[in-house]
Design a binder for this molecule. Structure first.
Ligand code: PMP
Length: 386
């Protein structure tokens, strides 16, 4: 499974003795790299929860998303307005247990029982590797995974997932099918200033965001959807009611505290957080490119500089993942790297080719530095043997 550790190379694997160091796990986007920042904040974002707090299922039965904490809703709206990355005026906010739950809620909301066939769900290659599995695991009669949006040619209604900027390759893309019988879900997990320049306020029908990638707090399992259509928001809420009767109120409370602090300019946490995140990512990308450019064995995507409305300067994207490609005759880069105890996620899972591997750029500093050393030594070994 994607959250179990990949099998470690065995001693009898071909060439597994090429490396004696520890296994470097980069197959998941666990955002622990932001931890030093949050540690530096001290107790400014501490929350205290009494034993009698949050006992009710209900938060506010009069609202569309009746389990959404008001303080979280306010913090979310405020944060989008401070960052300028999404329109939230006159939009509904639906909270979920991670944006993963909201993805399921959106599929449920955009389809109805009784159709002749499940609605096709597509996304342009390379797509986020979890979409196919998440879409199909319950064998729903409502929807089914139909693969690459570029080659999609079936008639009838469809749902297209647009991940912007994209996981795994960091590119900014729009929808590609563009028919009028389609519905769109925009996954904006990485549309934050530490990863990519904020070029416009996103304004789409369903936009998914997550506390995991925005702030680095993946363990709280909080995501939110910004939804234009009230009926869609009601149906998404219904899904969450049926699936988990709401979303942890403790988690929402903590997320509200942290998101609130980031948008509150008087606390200086916000500008500092995004600055910290951006310089961390920029520094890692610079170091990684330096290593990669020392040989012709691997290459990385190139990105254009754009003006970031949040920071007020031109900047390049620094994606959460590196979409690494090998340029020689290595057929399967995931297997190749595994022999050197580097665990990435192979290109085929993203609908792409096995010459690509996605590696996380979000892990802790020690792991990242070890990774750079290991890649460097692979490059030396390969160029010496040629
Ligand atoms: N969408 C994308 C594109 C992601 O990369 C991820 C996390 N890897 C998610 C959604 C899921 O996020 P969450 O932790 O909020 O469930």
């Amino acid at each position: 499974s994607r959250y179990s550790l990949p099998a470690e190379p065995k001693d009898n694997d071909t060439n597994s003795n090429l490396c004696s160091g520890p296994v470097i796990l980069l197959s998941h986007g666990d955002p622990t790299g932001f931890k030093p920042f949050w540690r530096s904040v001290g107790d400014k974002c501490k929350v205290t929860i009494d034993s009698c707090d949050f006992m009710s299922y209900l938060t506010d039965v009069g609202t569309v998303c009746w389990f959404l904490e008001k303080e979280l809703e306010e913090a979310i709206r405020q944060l989008h307005s401070t960052v300028g990355n999404a329109v939230t005026d006159d939009r509904h906010i639906v909270v979920g247990t991670g944006s993963t739950q909201l993805y399921h809620a959106a599929l449920y909301a955009l389809t109805s029982p009784g159709g002749p066939e499940p609605v096709n769900v597509v996304s342009a290659v390379p797509y986020y590797s979890s979409y196919p599995e998440e879409t199909n695991f319950l064998c729903s009669a409502l929807y089914k995974w139909a693969g690459d949006a570029y080659t999609f040619d079936k008639e009838g209604p469809y749902i297209e997932l647009v991940t912007m900027p994209n996981n795994p390759d960091g590119q900014v893309r729009g929808p590609v099918v563009n028919r009028n019988d389609g519905k769109l879900i925009h996954d904006l997990a990485y549309y934050w200033p530490q990863y990519t320049p904020i070029t416009a306020q996103a304004d789409y029908d369903i936009m998914l965001f997550t506390f995991s990638k925005s702030m680095g707090h993946a363990g709280s399992r909080i995501g939110w959807a910004v939804v234009k259509d009230k009926n869609v928001a009601i149906k998404m809420t219904k899904y969450i009611e049926l699936n988990s009767i709401g979303v942890s109120r403790e988690s929402q409370h903590r997320a509200a505290k942290i998101l609130g602090a980031v948008s509150d300019s008087s606390q200086c946490i916000g500008a500092n957080f995004f600055q910290y995140g951006k310089s961390l990512m920029a520094e890692r990308w610079t170091k990684f490119r330096e290593v990669i450019n020392r040989s012709r064995l691997f290459s990385l995507p190139k990105y254009m500089e754009e003006y970031c409305q949040f920071s007020g300067e031109d900047s390049e994207p620094h994606p959460a993942f590196a979409w690494l490609k090998c340029n020689n005759d290595i057929e399967d880069l995931e297997i190749f790297l595994r022999r050197y105890k580097i665990m990435g996620r192979g290109g085929s899972l993203f609908g792409s080719d096995p010459k690509h591997v996605r590696v996380s750029m979000l892990g802790d500093e020690e792991t990242f530095n070890l990774f750079l050393e290991r890649v460097s030594s692979i490059q030396d070994t390969i160029s010496n043997s040629n």
